[in-house]
Design a protein. Sequence first.
Length: 362
Amino acid sequence: MQILSRISHKEFKSIMKTDPQKIIKKIKESGLTGRGGAEFPTGLKWEFTRKSRGERVLICNADEGEPGTFKDKFIIENNLSTLLQGIAIGGHVLNAECFIYLRGEYSYLRGKIERMIKKLGFNIKIVTGAGAYICGEETSLLESVEGKRGAPRQKPPYPTMEGLWKRPTCINNVETLANIPLLLTKKDWDEKKRLFSLSGNVKKPGVYELPLGMKLKDILSLAEPKKIKAVCLGYSGGIIPFDKFKNLVVSPKSFSDKSFMLGSCAMIVMGNRSVVNVLKNIAEFFVHESCGKCIPCREGGFKIMELLKKVDSGKGRKKDIKELKDLAEYLDVSFCALGKGYGFTISSALKHFKKEFDGKCR
Ligand SMILES: Cc1cc2nc3c(=O)[nH]c(=O)nc-3n(C[C@H](O)[C@H](O)[C@H](O)COP(=O)(O)O)c2cc1C
Ligand code: SF4
């Protein structure tokens, strides 16, 4: 696996002596995009941060809260030194103070990370979250590190201009940062390679490194699925009806063209379960994780959950489907991407599994 390769001490020392502008240029040329789900060009983000005046900060986002995603944990467990080198290189390029924001549920990895930081002689601080999905969203993460309740901030100003304690802040995902030392040293480094977290109704769940551009069925076959009715793209990327889209090419663009979101490359295989029942669980998750700051997500999101419970229990009416559709669209004006992602998944499922909803309602 590309993500498990290492660089030599000599190569690392040489990067740390290289002019920061040259490193940014190389990252931009490599085409590396953020692996936290939004695919923002990493070189550009580093450039924006470097152009901002003030005492800069780099934060490695190790919150990994998207259901079905476990690739960042895989990197921390299997190639921690390369990840830490990526953070140290970011610290050098941005002249920044470095942090890792570690998912609360990964606290058991804290000691291992601390020991490796000490061994490598780096200055990286660790902040542990308290188990809130919203704290993976970059501005809520900043609030959390500042010791406040996790809720998103208004953007702009973007973190690269005004982030942690109003200092210019670059926030990058674990997989993004682990790729930095590799793309700077390995000639055959391939931007198209992604870590897929495959789970659900499969015999071999796990992290698979695969190039974008493969067919959906070929990716899933590696995990030896038992029966595939549908595929959940985490909880925010929609649910794919497998028979209709088994030949769909897997890439952010081809997915968004069909109203799905590849996001952090999590695929949860659904066997024979009812989509309405799965959506009800997804809605319960979002209602639990909503920070409550804005009305569409707090109120609309709750109402969607109640309607899904009604439909799932067989007491739904045809008008409930219309209301679900309207409410899901209303979520698109939510304050942050948590509410938008929730609405997106509901709208996408209503579109692709309409028959199943109709069949459950009188
Ligand atoms: C609700 C929500 C949860 C998120 N959770 C994570 C997360 O756990 N890890 C992550 O890297 N990005 C997460 N993101 C995306 C971050 O806001 C941000 O885009 C990312 O950390 C930037 O890093 P990248 O450019 O390297 O992808 C989340 C976004 C939202 C809206
Ligand atoms: S959409 Fe609104 S209520 Fe939901 S998490 Fe974001 S800010 Fe909070």
